[in-house]
Design a protein around this ligand. Structure first.
Ligand SMILES: [Zn+2]
Length: 199
């Protein structure tokens, strides 16, 4: 039986529990959608997947298949076991938030990954006070030898996916990034749904 495919609504978020050894498959259904990802130790939500500790562990700017993300206590939490996206998933950029959109000239409320994280966790009756750095799946942030970064456009084919293995019992949160001002979700400003399954 194939596992249930859960929709991450366009501009929204979803969270779920996964047990150690389970596989979380995140599908870029339409090929243009960045999905911000977080993971938390299910028994201690102050222990979360850390981008800075993970780069220290695998000594790369972006994980390759076989690399393991670690927590802010340096313990394995997610391993990238399969990847059809052709994208170096960004580990450098902070998740978007209301202040980011204000700096980009937006007046009034704009959907954002930070609020998506906390509302998705709230649906599981989970509250955390901080907003950890996100693993920005399918987000194309190219870098130069001089260390300069750019807002790349999407490069992942529709239906491409990553599979992450849970290395501990965890809570995973995923946000279909509503960024429609910068071109990270494509130049048209279109933001779409994405999907995931846990098996
Ligand atoms: Zn975002």
């Amino acid at each position: 039986m194939s596992p249930e495919l859960v929709t991450i609504p366009a501009r929204g978020g979803k969270a779920a529990q996964a047990s150690a050894g389970q596989h979380i498959k995140v599908v870029n259904t339409h090929g243009t959608q960045v999905v911000d990802a977080w993971a938390f130790n299910a028994r201690d939500l102050t222990e979360w997947m850390s981008m800075e500790a993970s780069r220290t562990s695998f000594m790369k700017l972006a994980a390759a298949v076989g690399d393991t993300f670690v927590t802010n206590q340096r313990r394995p939490i997610l391993t990238l076991v399969e990847d059809t996206s052709r994208c170096a998933h960004d580990t450098l950029m902070a998740p978007c938030d209301r202040w980011r959109y204000r700096l980009l000239g937006v007046e009034g409320y704009h959907d954002n990954c930070r609020d998506n994280l906390h509302s998705a966790l709230a649906n599981l009756s989970v509250v955390i006070r901080a907003t950890p750095p996100s693993l920005n799946l399918f987000m194309n942030i190219p870098w130069t030898a001089d260390g300069l970064l750019a807002w790349g456009e999407p490069v992942s084919p529709p239906g491409s996916y990553v599979v992450l293995r849970a290395e501990m019992d965890l809570v995973v949160a995923l946000s279909a990034c509503p960024q429609d001002i910068l071109p990270i979700n494509g130049r048209t400003g279109r933001t779409t749904e994405a999907h995931f399954s846990i098996q």
